[in-house]
Design a protein around this ligand. Structure first.
Ligand code: NAP
Ligand code: ZN
Length: 350
């Protein structure tokens, strides 16, 4: 076992602070990764605050990991020392249930192992995430990062990227479709970039008029202010697809009213009770509301390759690990442009 530096929260009200953690020795099928950058997802904040009621402390968050391979086990041929690699939300699964066989490890019927806050099969206790110096991961859960991408700006692809790419791909968004992305944060800005790259007519649906100009720079063809009833009415029954990234429970009725006949809104943000939905919101127009959870490993690699070919990365604000608590305060206030990424040198040099 190796002892390394990390940042952790001790309880739901605590600020993150330094903590020494252990990583396992590199096993036959393992890849040991020196973490260069780690994105800050709103899910990190949810788990630190125990919003989903399943946090185990100390929580070392971080599932948008980019780094260089430090060491590989004897059974690893796909990766070599020095390769640029990524790790997202998953570090293991059973690999034999029907979900795993369908390359949907996030839905593993025997319980996937999440990058943090999951039972650690090797060391006991629970897994620790990317706000740390290094991580050791089974080769099947390590992704190749195209070398033409800026590694800092590629970090958020590992969660925000796949979480938005997957539903757009699964629901078959195509050229000319009118696609709305609700909420301009880490996920939302990637949703706009992907929908735009897929040739859709993209509309940023936001509560923040101040983000309008940025939305257009990110690839939105139009901006819809969700608090403006007149604007919402103008766009009624017009969207082929909606991607909803709002991080908290909310009233979905006004958004369902935007869908065309037979169209779908996919919820990725609110992992908590939503306000009552009026049946008529769906019945009148045969509309659907669905959910989506990150993406499997195969699709995550496909998304990274798509980003390599189309030069898609995130718009990021770099921070030192010592500023993580201030970054969380800003994330809570929807004040991030549009993903914080931690430079892990700040941890290593501390
Ligand atoms: P984020 O950066 O904080 O962005 C969320 C955006 O939603 C905000 O910038 C804001 O945009 C809008 N918003 C916030 N509160 C709102 C409210 N009360 N009503 C309406 N809009 C609101 O968060 P993120 O990292 O993108 O994550 C979004 C959510 O997805 C989180 O809950 C996260 O846990 C979840 N998540 C899910 C998956 C999955 O696999 N399903 C994966 C990753 C993350 P505007 O200012 O533009 O309105
Ligand atoms: Zn995430």
């Amino acid at each position: 076992m190796t002892k390394i530096k990390a940042y952790a929260a001790d309880n739901k009200d605590a600020n993150l602070k330094p903590l020494e953690i252990e990583r396992r020795e590199t096993l036959k099928d393992d890849v040991k990764i020196d973490i260069m950058y780690c994105g800050v997802c709103h899910s990190d904040l949810h788990q630190v605050q125990n919003d989903w009621k399943n946090s185990v402390y100390p929580v070392v968050p971080g599932h948008e990991i980019i780094g260089k391979v430090l060491e590989v086990g004897a059974g690893v041929t796909k990766f070599k020392v020095g390769d640029l690699v990524g790790v997202g939300c998953l570090v293991d699964s059973c690999k034999s249930c029907s979900a795993c066989e369908d390359n949907l490890e996030q839905f593993c019927e025997n319980g996937a192992t999440w990058t943090y806050n999951s039972k650690d099969k090797h060391l006991g206790g629970h897994t620790f995430g990317g706000y740390s110096e290094s991580v050791t991961v089974n080769k099947e859960f390590v992704l190749k990062v195209p070398e033409n991408l800026d590694p800092k700006a590629a970090a958020p692809l590992l969660c925000a990227g796949i979480t938005t790419y997957s539903p757009l791909a699964h629901w078959g968004v195509k050229k000319g479709d009118k696609v709305g992305v609700i909420g301009l944060g880490g996920l939302g800005h990637m949703g706009i970039k992907f929908a735009h790259a897929m040739g859709a007519h993209t509309v940023m649906i936001t509560t923040s008029p101040s983000k309008s100009e940025d939305a257009k720079k990110l690839g939105a063809d139009a901006v819809l202010i969700s608090k403006d009833e007149a604007q919402m009415k103008e766009h009624a029954n017009s969207f082929d697809f909606l991607l909803n990234t709002i991080p908290v429970g909310h009233d979905m009725n006004p958004y369902a009213a935007l869908l065309k006949r037979d169209a779908t809104m996919v919820i990725v943000g609110a992992v908590e009770p939503l306000d009552p939905l009026h049946g008529g919101s769906l019945i009148m127009g045969r509309k659907s509301i669905a959910g989506s959870l990150i993406g499997g490993l195969k699709e995550t690699q496909e998304m990274l390759d798509f980003c390599g070919e189309n030069n898609v990365v995130s718009d990021i604000e770099m921070i030192d690990i010592q500023n993580i608590n201030e970054a969380y305060d800003r994330l809570q206030k929807s004040d991030v442009k549009y993903r914080f990424v931690i430079d892990m040198k700040s941890l290593k040099n501390s």
